[in-house]
Design a protein around this ligand. Structure first.
Ligand SMILES: Cc1ncc(COP(=O)(O)O)c(C=O)c1O
Length: 442
Protein backbone atom coordinates (compact mmCIF):
# COMPACT_ATOMS: atom_id res chain seq x y z
CA UNK A 1 0.00 0.00 0.00
CA UNK A 2 1.39 3.43 -0.95
CA UNK A 3 1.96 5.62 2.16
CA UNK A 4 -0.52 8.48 2.32
CA UNK A 5 0.12 12.12 3.27
CA UNK A 6 -1.91 13.42 6.26
CA UNK A 7 -4.06 15.67 4.08
CA UNK A 8 -4.91 12.75 1.80
CA UNK A 9 -6.39 10.71 4.63
CA UNK A 10 -8.85 13.47 5.48
CA UNK A 11 -9.91 13.97 1.87
CA UNK A 12 -10.22 10.25 1.25
CA UNK A 13 -12.19 9.69 4.45
CA UNK A 14 -14.60 12.51 3.62
CA UNK A 15 -15.05 11.06 0.14
CA UNK A 16 -15.74 7.50 1.22
CA UNK A 17 -16.58 7.23 4.93
CA UNK A 18 -19.88 8.34 6.46
CA UNK A 19 -18.84 9.20 10.03
CA UNK A 20 -21.12 8.43 12.99
CA UNK A 21 -23.08 10.97 14.99
CA UNK A 22 -21.92 13.75 12.67
CA UNK A 23 -23.52 16.33 10.42
CA UNK A 24 -20.94 15.74 7.71
CA UNK A 25 -21.17 19.32 6.46
CA UNK A 26 -19.64 20.46 9.77
CA UNK A 27 -16.38 18.97 8.57
CA UNK A 28 -16.13 21.90 6.17
CA UNK A 29 -14.97 23.85 9.23
CA UNK A 30 -14.42 21.24 11.95
CA UNK A 31 -11.23 19.15 11.77
CA UNK A 32 -11.25 15.42 11.08
CA UNK A 33 -8.23 13.84 12.72
CA UNK A 34 -6.54 10.88 11.03
CA UNK A 35 -5.03 8.68 13.73
CA UNK A 36 -2.02 6.48 13.07
CA UNK A 37 -1.57 4.79 16.44
CA UNK A 38 -2.26 4.94 20.15
CA UNK A 39 -0.18 4.41 23.30
CA UNK A 40 -1.56 4.59 26.81
CA UNK A 41 -3.95 7.51 27.16
CA UNK A 42 -2.65 9.11 23.95
CA UNK A 43 -3.77 8.99 20.33
CA UNK A 44 -1.25 10.05 17.68
CA UNK A 45 -2.22 11.81 14.46
CA UNK A 46 -0.68 10.91 11.11
CA UNK A 47 0.87 14.41 11.22
CA UNK A 48 2.80 13.50 14.40
CA UNK A 49 0.54 15.50 16.77
CA UNK A 50 -0.77 13.78 19.89
CA UNK A 51 -4.06 13.99 21.79
CA UNK A 52 -4.89 12.92 25.34
CA UNK A 53 -7.94 10.70 24.95
CA UNK A 54 -9.86 12.29 27.82
CA UNK A 55 -13.14 10.62 26.84
CA UNK A 56 -11.70 7.12 26.38
CA UNK A 57 -12.74 7.06 22.71
CA UNK A 58 -16.47 7.23 23.42
CA UNK A 59 -16.11 5.74 26.90
CA UNK A 60 -14.76 2.37 25.82
CA UNK A 61 -11.05 2.42 26.57
CA UNK A 62 -10.16 1.50 30.15
CA UNK A 63 -6.46 0.66 30.24
CA UNK A 64 -4.98 2.73 27.47
CA UNK A 65 -4.43 2.18 23.77
CA UNK A 66 -2.22 -0.72 22.66
CA UNK A 67 -2.15 -2.09 26.18
CA UNK A 68 0.66 -4.69 26.27
CA UNK A 69 -1.28 -7.17 28.43
CA UNK A 70 -4.46 -7.08 26.36
CA UNK A 71 -2.38 -7.20 23.17
CA UNK A 72 -0.55 -10.31 24.38
CA UNK A 73 -3.79 -12.09 25.27
CA UNK A 74 -5.26 -11.27 21.86
CA UNK A 75 -2.17 -12.41 19.99
CA UNK A 76 -2.31 -15.75 21.81
CA UNK A 77 -6.04 -16.09 21.12
CA UNK A 78 -5.54 -15.29 17.43
CA UNK A 79 -3.48 -18.42 16.99
CA UNK A 80 -6.06 -20.55 18.81
CA UNK A 81 -9.48 -19.51 17.59
CA UNK A 82 -10.64 -16.25 16.00
CA UNK A 83 -14.33 -17.13 15.89
CA UNK A 84 -16.80 -19.98 16.08
CA UNK A 85 -20.56 -19.74 16.13
CA UNK A 86 -22.06 -19.92 19.61
CA UNK A 87 -25.17 -21.91 18.69
CA UNK A 88 -24.31 -25.57 19.12
CA UNK A 89 -20.68 -24.72 19.99
CA UNK A 90 -18.94 -23.14 22.91
CA UNK A 91 -15.39 -22.15 23.84
CA UNK A 92 -13.19 -21.35 26.79
CA UNK A 93 -13.15 -17.52 26.61
CA UNK A 94 -16.95 -17.20 26.60
CA UNK A 95 -17.34 -19.73 29.41
CA UNK A 96 -14.68 -18.16 31.60
CA UNK A 97 -16.03 -14.65 31.01
CA UNK A 98 -19.59 -15.66 31.90
CA UNK A 99 -18.38 -17.41 35.05
CA UNK A 100 -16.23 -14.51 36.20
CA UNK A 101 -18.98 -11.96 35.64
CA UNK A 102 -21.49 -14.12 37.53
CA UNK A 103 -19.05 -14.25 40.45
CA UNK A 104 -18.96 -10.44 40.42
CA UNK A 105 -22.72 -10.47 41.11
CA UNK A 106 -22.40 -13.15 43.81
CA UNK A 107 -24.17 -15.42 41.32
CA UNK A 108 -27.37 -13.37 41.48
CA UNK A 109 -27.10 -12.85 37.71
CA UNK A 110 -26.01 -16.30 36.68
CA UNK A 111 -26.44 -16.31 32.90
CA UNK A 112 -24.87 -14.14 30.17
CA UNK A 113 -26.31 -13.65 26.68
CA UNK A 114 -23.91 -12.13 24.16
CA UNK A 115 -24.05 -9.60 21.32
CA UNK A 116 -21.71 -7.01 19.85
CA UNK A 117 -22.79 -3.39 20.39
CA UNK A 118 -24.51 -1.73 23.31
CA UNK A 119 -27.76 -1.10 21.48
CA UNK A 120 -28.05 -4.82 20.67
CA UNK A 121 -27.73 -5.65 24.37
CA UNK A 122 -30.57 -3.24 25.11
CA UNK A 123 -32.72 -4.84 22.41
CA UNK A 124 -32.01 -8.23 23.97
CA UNK A 125 -32.95 -7.14 27.48
CA UNK A 126 -36.23 -5.61 26.24
CA UNK A 127 -37.11 -8.68 24.19
CA UNK A 128 -36.16 -11.07 27.00
CA UNK A 129 -38.30 -9.21 29.49
CA UNK A 130 -41.34 -9.20 27.20
CA UNK A 131 -40.81 -12.86 26.24
CA UNK A 132 -40.38 -13.94 29.88
CA UNK A 133 -43.78 -12.46 30.77
CA UNK A 134 -45.30 -14.00 27.65
CA UNK A 135 -43.92 -17.42 28.59
CA UNK A 136 -45.47 -17.00 32.02
CA UNK A 137 -48.87 -16.25 30.53
CA UNK A 138 -48.79 -12.46 31.06
CA UNK A 139 -49.05 -11.47 27.41
CA UNK A 140 -50.33 -7.96 28.19
CA UNK A 141 -47.01 -6.94 29.72
CA UNK A 142 -45.43 -5.33 26.67
CA UNK A 143 -44.80 -1.70 27.66
CA UNK A 144 -41.52 -0.18 28.82
CA UNK A 145 -40.64 2.70 31.10
CA UNK A 146 -37.57 4.91 30.73
CA UNK A 147 -36.35 8.09 32.38
CA UNK A 148 -36.48 11.61 31.03
CA UNK A 149 -33.19 12.22 29.22
CA UNK A 150 -32.48 8.49 28.95
CA UNK A 151 -30.18 7.14 26.24
CA UNK A 152 -30.04 3.44 25.43
CA UNK A 153 -28.75 3.34 21.86
CA UNK A 154 -29.85 4.05 18.33
CA UNK A 155 -31.46 0.93 16.93
CA UNK A 156 -35.24 1.14 16.63
CA UNK A 157 -36.02 -0.72 19.88
CA UNK A 158 -33.33 1.01 21.92
CA UNK A 159 -34.31 4.40 20.49
CA UNK A 160 -37.89 3.79 21.65
CA UNK A 161 -36.63 3.95 25.26
CA UNK A 162 -34.32 6.89 24.53
CA UNK A 163 -35.44 10.39 25.41
CA UNK A 164 -32.83 12.57 23.73
CA UNK A 165 -34.67 14.64 21.14
CA UNK A 166 -31.64 15.10 18.88
CA UNK A 167 -31.34 11.37 18.30
CA UNK A 168 -34.98 10.41 18.57
CA UNK A 169 -37.16 13.00 16.91
CA UNK A 170 -36.41 12.24 13.26
CA UNK A 171 -37.40 8.61 13.79
CA UNK A 172 -40.36 9.26 16.11
CA UNK A 173 -42.93 7.83 13.67
CA UNK A 174 -41.05 4.51 13.61
CA UNK A 175 -40.83 4.03 17.35
CA UNK A 176 -42.97 2.16 19.83
CA UNK A 177 -44.29 4.48 22.54
CA UNK A 178 -42.55 4.18 25.92
CA UNK A 179 -43.56 5.75 29.24
CA UNK A 180 -41.10 8.51 30.14
CA UNK A 181 -40.94 9.26 33.87
CA UNK A 182 -39.17 11.99 35.85
CA UNK A 183 -35.39 11.94 35.94
CA UNK A 184 -33.72 11.89 39.36
CA UNK A 185 -31.04 14.28 37.94
CA UNK A 186 -29.66 16.02 41.03
CA UNK A 187 -29.44 19.32 39.09
CA UNK A 188 -33.23 19.58 39.25
CA UNK A 189 -33.15 20.02 43.05
CA UNK A 190 -35.21 22.90 44.37
CA UNK A 191 -33.83 25.15 47.09
CA UNK A 192 -33.27 23.11 50.25
CA UNK A 193 -33.64 19.78 48.47
CA UNK A 194 -30.89 17.16 48.56
CA UNK A 195 -30.02 14.77 45.73
CA UNK A 196 -31.74 12.02 47.72
CA UNK A 197 -34.89 14.19 47.97
CA UNK A 198 -34.87 14.59 44.18
CA UNK A 199 -34.50 10.83 43.83
CA UNK A 200 -37.47 10.17 46.13
CA UNK A 201 -39.58 12.76 44.30
CA UNK A 202 -38.81 11.10 40.96
CA UNK A 203 -39.51 7.64 42.39
CA UNK A 204 -42.97 8.82 43.47
CA UNK A 205 -43.80 9.49 39.84
CA UNK A 206 -42.60 6.03 38.88
CA UNK A 207 -44.78 4.58 41.61
CA UNK A 208 -47.88 6.38 40.28
CA UNK A 209 -47.30 4.89 36.85
CA UNK A 210 -46.66 1.38 38.13
CA UNK A 211 -49.65 1.51 40.47
CA UNK A 212 -51.78 2.41 37.46
CA UNK A 213 -50.40 0.11 34.75
CA UNK A 214 -48.08 -2.58 36.13
CA UNK A 215 -50.22 -5.27 34.47
CA UNK A 216 -49.23 -3.76 31.08
CA UNK A 217 -45.60 -2.94 31.88
CA UNK A 218 -42.78 -5.42 31.26
CA UNK A 219 -39.78 -3.46 32.50
CA UNK A 220 -38.29 -0.21 33.70
CA UNK A 221 -34.92 0.59 32.12
CA UNK A 222 -32.41 2.91 33.78
CA UNK A 223 -28.82 4.07 33.38
CA UNK A 224 -27.67 3.63 36.99
CA UNK A 225 -26.23 6.73 38.73
CA UNK A 226 -25.25 8.70 35.61
CA UNK A 227 -27.35 9.38 32.51
CA UNK A 228 -24.34 9.94 30.33
CA UNK A 229 -25.45 10.81 26.79
CA UNK A 230 -28.02 13.39 27.88
CA UNK A 231 -25.18 15.38 29.48
CA UNK A 232 -23.78 13.43 32.43
CA UNK A 233 -26.86 13.83 34.63
CA UNK A 234 -25.82 12.36 37.97
CA UNK A 235 -28.24 11.12 40.59
CA UNK A 236 -28.42 9.66 44.06
CA UNK A 237 -28.37 5.84 44.56
CA UNK A 238 -31.63 6.24 46.52
CA UNK A 239 -33.44 6.22 43.17
CA UNK A 240 -32.13 2.74 42.37
CA UNK A 241 -33.12 1.48 45.82
CA UNK A 242 -36.64 2.84 45.35
CA UNK A 243 -36.95 1.63 41.75
CA UNK A 244 -35.87 -1.87 42.80
CA UNK A 245 -38.46 -1.93 45.62
CA UNK A 246 -41.21 -0.63 43.33
CA UNK A 247 -40.40 -3.15 40.59
CA UNK A 248 -40.51 -5.95 43.17
CA UNK A 249 -43.78 -4.72 44.61
CA UNK A 250 -45.54 -4.28 41.26
CA UNK A 251 -44.04 -7.31 39.48
CA UNK A 252 -42.06 -5.42 36.83
CA UNK A 253 -38.49 -6.12 35.65
CA UNK A 254 -35.68 -3.69 36.33
CA UNK A 255 -33.13 -3.39 33.52
CA UNK A 256 -29.85 -1.68 34.42
CA UNK A 257 -28.13 -0.38 31.31
CA UNK A 258 -24.54 -0.30 32.58
CA UNK A 259 -23.10 0.01 29.09
CA UNK A 260 -21.52 3.37 29.91
CA UNK A 261 -21.41 3.27 33.72
CA UNK A 262 -20.32 -0.34 34.30
CA UNK A 263 -16.77 -1.73 34.43
CA UNK A 264 -15.67 0.54 37.24
CA UNK A 265 -16.62 3.85 35.64
CA UNK A 266 -18.63 5.11 38.63
CA UNK A 267 -16.22 3.77 41.25
CA UNK A 268 -17.62 0.24 41.76
CA UNK A 269 -17.47 -2.49 39.13
CA UNK A 270 -21.24 -2.31 38.63
CA UNK A 271 -22.86 1.06 39.35
CA UNK A 272 -25.80 -0.77 40.98
CA UNK A 273 -23.49 -1.95 43.76
CA UNK A 274 -23.62 1.59 45.20
CA UNK A 275 -27.32 1.10 45.87
CA UNK A 276 -26.86 -2.46 47.12
CA UNK A 277 -29.34 -3.76 44.61
CA UNK A 278 -29.27 -6.21 41.74
CA UNK A 279 -31.53 -5.63 38.77
CA UNK A 280 -33.16 -8.43 36.76
CA UNK A 281 -31.02 -7.64 33.72
CA UNK A 282 -27.67 -5.87 33.40
CA UNK A 283 -26.47 -4.70 29.98
CA UNK A 284 -22.70 -4.33 29.59
CA UNK A 285 -20.60 -3.23 26.63
CA UNK A 286 -18.02 -0.46 25.92
CA UNK A 287 -15.37 -1.04 28.64
CA UNK A 288 -16.07 -4.77 28.91
CA UNK A 289 -13.46 -5.56 26.22
CA UNK A 290 -11.14 -2.81 27.45
CA UNK A 291 -12.16 -0.80 24.39
CA UNK A 292 -10.65 -3.31 21.98
CA UNK A 293 -13.46 -5.12 20.21
CA UNK A 294 -17.23 -4.83 19.90
CA UNK A 295 -18.69 -6.94 22.67
CA UNK A 296 -21.91 -6.59 24.62
CA UNK A 297 -23.83 -8.87 26.89
CA UNK A 298 -26.92 -9.14 29.02
CA UNK A 299 -26.66 -10.77 32.42
CA UNK A 300 -29.82 -12.11 33.95
CA UNK A 301 -31.17 -14.04 36.90
CA UNK A 302 -31.41 -17.82 36.70
CA UNK A 303 -35.11 -17.54 37.44
CA UNK A 304 -35.54 -15.62 34.18
CA UNK A 305 -33.34 -18.10 32.33
CA UNK A 306 -35.52 -20.93 33.62
CA UNK A 307 -38.61 -19.18 32.25
CA UNK A 308 -37.32 -20.01 28.74
CA UNK A 309 -36.10 -23.55 29.49
CA UNK A 310 -38.61 -25.89 27.85
CA UNK A 311 -39.10 -28.62 25.28
CA UNK A 312 -40.97 -26.14 23.09
CA UNK A 313 -38.54 -24.30 20.78
CA UNK A 314 -40.79 -21.22 20.63
CA UNK A 315 -40.45 -20.71 24.38
CA UNK A 316 -36.68 -20.41 23.90
CA UNK A 317 -34.89 -17.11 23.30
CA UNK A 318 -34.16 -17.42 19.59
CA UNK A 319 -32.33 -14.10 19.21
CA UNK A 320 -28.84 -14.22 17.68
CA UNK A 321 -26.07 -12.21 16.05
CA UNK A 322 -23.40 -13.77 13.85
CA UNK A 323 -20.52 -12.66 16.10
CA UNK A 324 -22.28 -13.53 19.38
CA UNK A 325 -19.65 -14.40 21.99
CA UNK A 326 -16.71 -13.81 19.65
CA UNK A 327 -13.65 -15.51 21.24
CA UNK A 328 -11.26 -12.64 20.51
CA UNK A 329 -13.58 -10.10 22.11
CA UNK A 330 -14.16 -12.39 25.11
CA UNK A 331 -10.42 -12.93 25.48
CA UNK A 332 -9.87 -9.15 25.50
CA UNK A 333 -12.56 -8.96 28.19
CA UNK A 334 -10.80 -11.63 30.26
CA UNK A 335 -7.49 -9.76 29.99
CA UNK A 336 -9.35 -6.60 31.08
CA UNK A 337 -10.77 -8.40 34.13
CA UNK A 338 -7.27 -9.69 34.95
CA UNK A 339 -6.00 -6.11 35.04
CA UNK A 340 -8.86 -5.09 37.36
CA UNK A 341 -7.92 -7.88 39.74
CA UNK A 342 -4.11 -7.72 39.52
CA UNK A 343 -3.76 -3.93 39.70
CA UNK A 344 -6.35 -3.10 42.38
CA UNK A 345 -7.83 -0.73 39.81
CA UNK A 346 -10.89 0.46 41.73
CA UNK A 347 -8.77 1.62 44.68
CA UNK A 348 -6.13 3.23 42.46
CA UNK A 349 -8.89 5.06 40.62
CA UNK A 350 -10.06 6.58 43.90
CA UNK A 351 -6.64 8.23 44.23
CA UNK A 352 -6.68 9.35 40.61
CA UNK A 353 -10.17 10.77 41.11
CA UNK A 354 -9.20 12.73 44.21
CA UNK A 355 -6.22 14.25 42.42
CA UNK A 356 -8.17 15.23 39.31
CA UNK A 357 -11.05 16.68 41.35
CA UNK A 358 -8.54 18.81 43.27
CA UNK A 359 -6.81 19.88 40.07
CA UNK A 360 -10.17 20.89 38.55
CA UNK A 361 -11.11 23.03 41.56
CA UNK A 362 -10.45 26.38 39.85
CA UNK A 363 -12.89 25.36 37.09
CA UNK A 364 -15.43 24.05 39.60
CA UNK A 365 -15.40 27.45 41.34
CA UNK A 366 -15.45 29.52 38.15
CA UNK A 367 -18.47 31.81 37.85
CA UNK A 368 -18.92 30.78 34.19
CA UNK A 369 -19.47 27.18 35.32
CA UNK A 370 -22.61 25.57 36.78
CA UNK A 371 -23.16 22.19 38.44
CA UNK A 372 -19.61 20.88 38.64
CA UNK A 373 -20.08 17.18 39.44
CA UNK A 374 -18.10 13.98 39.73
CA UNK A 375 -18.75 10.30 40.30
CA UNK A 376 -15.97 7.75 40.11
CA UNK A 377 -14.05 8.40 36.90
CA UNK A 378 -16.58 10.84 35.41
CA UNK A 379 -16.35 14.63 35.78
CA UNK A 380 -18.75 17.12 34.24
CA UNK A 381 -19.78 20.75 34.40
CA UNK A 382 -22.18 22.97 32.47
CA UNK A 383 -20.75 26.02 30.72
CA UNK A 384 -22.88 29.11 31.12
CA UNK A 385 -23.22 30.03 27.47
CA UNK A 386 -25.88 30.33 24.79
CA UNK A 387 -23.49 29.58 21.94
CA UNK A 388 -25.04 26.71 19.93
CA UNK A 389 -21.60 25.93 18.47
CA UNK A 390 -19.95 25.70 21.93
CA UNK A 391 -19.32 21.97 21.70
CA UNK A 392 -17.69 22.07 18.27
CA UNK A 393 -15.58 25.10 19.20
CA UNK A 394 -14.46 23.33 22.38
CA UNK A 395 -13.53 20.17 20.49
CA UNK A 396 -11.53 22.15 17.93
CA UNK A 397 -9.76 24.27 20.56
CA UNK A 398 -9.07 21.12 22.59
CA UNK A 399 -7.11 19.63 19.71
CA UNK A 400 -4.84 22.70 19.71
CA UNK A 401 -4.04 21.86 23.35
CA UNK A 402 -3.44 18.13 22.72
CA UNK A 403 -6.82 17.19 24.18
CA UNK A 404 -9.62 15.00 22.86
CA UNK A 405 -12.79 16.35 24.50
CA UNK A 406 -16.26 16.42 22.94
CA UNK A 407 -18.76 18.33 25.12
CA UNK A 408 -22.40 17.30 24.94
CA UNK A 409 -24.19 20.55 24.21
CA UNK A 410 -22.80 22.89 26.84
CA UNK A 411 -21.80 20.08 29.22
CA UNK A 412 -18.07 19.55 29.29
CA UNK A 413 -17.11 16.15 30.63
CA UNK A 414 -13.99 14.12 31.27
CA UNK A 415 -14.07 10.33 31.21
CA UNK A 416 -10.41 9.35 30.91
CA UNK A 417 -8.98 5.82 30.78
CA UNK A 418 -7.83 4.36 34.11
CA UNK A 419 -4.14 4.80 33.35
CA UNK A 420 -3.43 8.51 33.82
CA UNK A 421 -0.32 9.30 35.86
CA UNK A 422 -0.01 12.39 38.08
CA UNK A 423 1.53 14.49 35.35
CA UNK A 424 -1.22 13.57 32.88
CA UNK A 425 -3.92 14.28 35.47
CA UNK A 426 -2.54 17.73 36.26
CA UNK A 427 -1.98 18.46 32.57
CA UNK A 428 -5.55 17.43 31.75
CA UNK A 429 -6.95 19.86 34.33
CA UNK A 430 -4.76 22.78 33.22
CA UNK A 431 -5.48 22.24 29.53
CA UNK A 432 -9.22 21.86 30.08
CA UNK A 433 -9.16 25.20 31.86
CA UNK A 434 -7.19 26.85 29.04
CA UNK A 435 -9.55 25.51 26.38
CA UNK A 436 -12.56 26.65 28.41
CA UNK A 437 -11.12 30.17 28.79
CA UNK A 438 -10.37 30.36 25.09
CA UNK A 439 -13.81 29.20 23.98
CA UNK A 440 -16.04 30.97 26.44
CA UNK A 441 -14.12 34.22 26.91
CA UNK A 442 -14.50 36.45 30.01
C1 LIG B 1 -26.17 3.92 28.42
C2 LIG B 1 -25.94 3.51 27.01
N1 LIG B 1 -26.67 2.53 26.49
C3 LIG B 1 -26.49 2.10 25.23
C4 LIG B 1 -25.55 2.67 24.41
C5 LIG B 1 -25.39 2.19 23.00
O1 LIG B 1 -24.19 1.49 22.84
P1 LIG B 1 -23.60 1.31 21.36
O2 LIG B 1 -23.20 2.68 20.90
O3 LIG B 1 -22.44 0.40 21.54
O4 LIG B 1 -24.67 0.72 20.53
C6 LIG B 1 -24.76 3.72 24.91
C7 LIG B 1 -23.77 4.38 24.05
O5 LIG B 1 -23.25 5.43 24.34
C8 LIG B 1 -24.96 4.15 26.24
O6 LIG B 1 -24.27 5.16 26.76
Amino acid sequence: MKPCQPGDWVARSLTSVWHPCTQMQHHETMPLVPVSHGRGAWLFGTDGKRYLDAISSWWVNLFGHANPRINAALKEQLDLLEHAMLAGFTHEPVIRLSERLAVRTNHVLGHCFYASDGASAVEIALKMSFHFWRNSGQTDKREFVCLQGSYHGETIGALAVTDVALFRDAYGPLLQQAHVVATPDARTAEVGQSAADVARRAAMQLEQLLADRADKIAAVIVEPLVQCATGMAMYDPTYLVEARALCDHYGVHLIADEIAVGCGRTGTYFACEQANIWPDFVCLSKGISGGYLPLSLVMTRDEIYRGFYDADVKRGFLHSHSYTGNPLACRAALATLDIFEQDDVLNCNRERATRLTTALKPLAEDKRVAHFRQRGMIWAFDAITDDPAFSRKFFTAGLQHELLLRPIGRTVYLMPPYVLNDEEIDGLAVRTRKVFDEVIGD
